[in-house]
Design a protein around this ligand. Structure first.
Ligand SMILES: O=C(O)CCC(=O)C(=O)O
Ligand SMILES: [Fe+2]
Length: 345
């Protein structure tokens, strides 16, 4: 992944429980939030066995026969969960040269019940689990659920650190409740380029699937990352659009992209976890809870901070727009051409 800046702060998580260095850790976190928009978490406490149970199965998972992957295609899911084949996704109007499986924390289905008829509630729904094959994929579901539980827990702990650093009440209790847990995770494969020129693995974007992203990069550093050190097994954290907007642009949602691997390189795998917020929350409601001093920390001019148009709308609306944009065929088949057209802003 290529963020705009190449020097990324490192947060050694166990230091948070050492009173002598806790302040230093919090000040690193501040600079990561306000200056870089990216950071590494090392020693995050997710057991190596949990990481490798999942990462070791990825090559075999993506090599499952086409009909097995097709059976869990996103085309079967109005919730945009499941598999998308190579180049089926669009960023910045161009296809991304990657394959992926999307999973969610599966909050209860509510769409169509009582007053929860807003279209975005339809984003919530069951995961599609690929049929596991031989030894190389057997146990995949358990491994994924275990990792998702661990990274979700870590995301709550991390939010507490942010709360402490800035006195921002981020409503962790609401994020955790079964009704509002709304997190997503992707398994991604970027195959090597077919030609000498490297295409768009994923186009330049700020994350909008979540509030915070925790990315596990699998395997060795690809060439594009040589410019800054890798910390194998670490998690890369970056902040999403909603976080930037809720802090009035003080916390940076950094633009990033991925180039497809060179034609001589092995495939690249990655696993981002997008910590979500309740779909019916508005950015402006969160903003009101963020102290004025945080808003004032913004050191950039107005035009550097983009998408404010959706501050007043519920997060579900912008989420839906994002999914419609990136998977138009899935969107049209489940939501209809008219609904998709209405979201094209
Ligand atoms: O694969 C990566 O390194 C980054 C993926 C990413 O930025 C995304 O899916 O939002
Ligand atoms: Fe991203």
């Amino acid at each position: 992944m290529i963020p705009q800046k190449t020097s990324i702060p490192i947060l050694d998580l166990p230091l948070a429980s050492n009173p002598e260095v806790r302040q230093e850790l919090l000040s690193r976190l501040k600079s990561a939030l306000f200056e870089t928009g990216f950071l590494y978490i090392v020693n995050h406490g997710i057991p190596q066995s949990t990481l490798s149970a999942l990462t070791s199965r990825l090559p075999a998972l993506f090599s499952l026969p086409d009909h097995v992957k097709a059976a869990v295609s996103k085309r079967h899911s109005p919730h945009f969960l499941g598999y998308s084949g190579f180049a089926e996704e669009i960023t910045q109007g161009k296809t991304d040269l990657r394959e992926q499986f999307d999973f969610a924390t599966e909050p209860p289905v509510v769409w169509g019940r009582n007053d929860q008829d807003k279209l975005y509630w339809r984003l919530r729904g069951p995961n599609l689990w690929p049929e596991e094959g031989d030894e190389s994929t057997k146990g995949f579901r358990l491994a994924l659920e275990e990792y998702m539980r661990e990274v979700e827990q870590l995301s709550y702990e991390f939010i507490h650190l942010i709360e402490e650093a800035f006195e921002i009440p981020l409503l962790v209790w609401r994020l955790k409740t079964a009704v509002t847990r709304n997190h997503r995770l992707k398994l991604i494969k970027y195959p090597p380029s077919l030609t000498k020129s490297r295409g768009q693995g994923v186009g330049a974007h700020k994350d909008s699937s979540g509030w915070l992203t925790f990315l596990l990069e699998v395997g060795d550093a690809p060439e594009e990352m040589d410019s800054y050190p890798r910390h194998p097994g670490s998690l890369v954290v970056n902040f999403g659009n909603a976080f930037e907007a809720a802090t009035g642009g003080s916390v940076k949602a950094t633009v990033h992209r991925v180039l497809a691997p060179k034609n001589t390189s092995p495939p690249r795998y990655s696993i981002p976890f997008f910590m979500g917020l309740p779909l019916n929350m508005t950015v402006s409601a969160i903003k009101q809870r963020i102290p004025e001093k945080v808003h004032k920390m913004r050191g950039r001019s107005d035009d550097e901070f983009g998408d404010r148009r959706w501050e007043e709308e519920e997060l579900g609306v912008s989420q839906l727009r994002k999914w419609f944009r990136s998977h138009p065929e899935v969107a049209e088949s489940w939501y209809g051409v008219d609904a998709v057209d209405r979201q094209k802003i």
